[in-house]
Write a protein that binds this ligand. Structure first.
Ligand SMILES: *Cc1c(COP(=O)(O)O)cnc(C)c1O
Length: 326
């Protein structure tokens, strides 16, 4: 499979490599974890790329830092604006703080309190909106016009996609080629970037995006061949409550990914419990999507070398306790 190549707006693996150079020494090279229990349960060899241990608590730091690093000095001075249900916001605020760039973050009123607090803690100016009645993109555009801010979207941006691809790049560099790779999927930035790295470093590897069952827009889009929009899905995977995949992420997904799978909230909770009990790590519901697909045998991992990108670990302790008790 190959991309409709040299499309000027779409990133390539060269962009992923350039992003890796920009984030080097700034982003953590997160550990790759293994678990005998997971291997016994699936019959495969599973390699977990622990982006829950990334700066800011998710892989989003990679794309955010890469995008901000490429702004002109004037644009850096004016600042950036981002809209996000949480992790992209935190990542932009943190990456902005590290590069001396002011940040304005547009967040839904029902965003997890911990994510709002963390964003403010990194020096981000937070603007709230109602996700059911207001259009965050319109608010973002207005703010960028009024204040000269550069809008950095959470997934549909070539520098963001390229930055997100650096996690899979590191995974392959550390463990070598794989048979399968599972990637948590919302708007498809992580999946598209991972696919670029995979096709360069482990071309035969099968790539699966995994999204919440309640919001299977990526699966519908992937299988039908055009972007399908859905209402805001009801799922505990708040980082994947996107209602459509990106105009830039979609063609990359279509060209390079093998399939999109879905898992239920109950499977996500089982997986969160597995990570805590067996691997001693805290993973947020959205970060469990990829592992949930592998551990519940949606595609057999038997005899395979399997990569799993754990995408983030930002979950409010009280919410986590509720999930585990429920
Ligand atoms: C944003 C996010 C996702 C989805 O990433 P996309 O690039 O939008 O597909 C998955 N997991 C976590 C933890 C996230 O923050």
């Amino acid at each position: 499979m190959s991309l409709p190549l040299s499309h000027p707006q779409l990133p390539t693996y060269d962009d992923v490599k350039a992003a890796a150079g920009r984030i080097e020494g700034v982003a953590h090279r997160t550990p790759v974890l293994t678990s005998r229990t997971a291997d016994e349960r699936t019959g495969g060899s599973l390699f977990f790329k622990a982006e829950n241990l990334q700066r800011g608590g998710s892989f989003k730091f990679r794309g955010a830092y890469n995008a901000i690093a490429q702004l002109s000095p004037e644009a850096k001075k004016r600042g950036v604006v981002a809209f996000s249900s949480g992790n992209h916001a935190q990542a932009i605020a943190y990456a902005g703080q590290l590069q001396g760039v002011p940040t304005v973050i547009i967040m839904p009123q029902d965003a997890p309190a911990m994510k709002v607090a963390a964003t403010k803690g990194y020096g981000g100016e937070v603007v709230m909106y109602d996700r059911y009645t207001e259009d965050r993109e319109a608010i973002g555009r207005r703010l960028s016009e009024e204040r000269g801010l550069t809008l950095i979207p959470p997934y549909d941006h070539e520098d963001v996609i390229a930055g997100q691809g650096t996690a899979a790049k590191e995974l392959f560099e550390e463990v070598g080629p794989l048979d399968m790779l599972f990637v948590c999927t919302g708007g498809g930035g992580l999946l598209a970037g991972s696919a670029l790295a995979t096709r360069a470093l482990s071309p035969e590897c099968r790539i699966y995006g995994v999204e919440p069952e309640a919001g299977n827009d990526a699966q519908q889009s992937f299988r039908s061949g055009s972007i399908v929009k859905i209402p805001v899905p009801a799922t505990i995977a708040d980082g994947a409550q996107t209602t459509y995949v990106g105009a830039k992420t979609f063609p990359i997904m279509r060209a390079l990914v093998d399939d999109i799978l879905t898992v239920s909230d109950a499977q996500l909770i089982d997986t969160m419990r597995f990570f805590i009990e067996r691997m001693k790590i805290v993973v947020e519901p959205t970060g469990c999507l990829s592992a949930a697909a592998a551990l519940s045998d949606l595609v057999s991992c038997k005899g395979k070398r399997v990569g799993i990108i754990i995408s983030g670990g930002n979950v409010d302790p009280r919410a986590l306790a509720g999930f585990l008790a429920g």
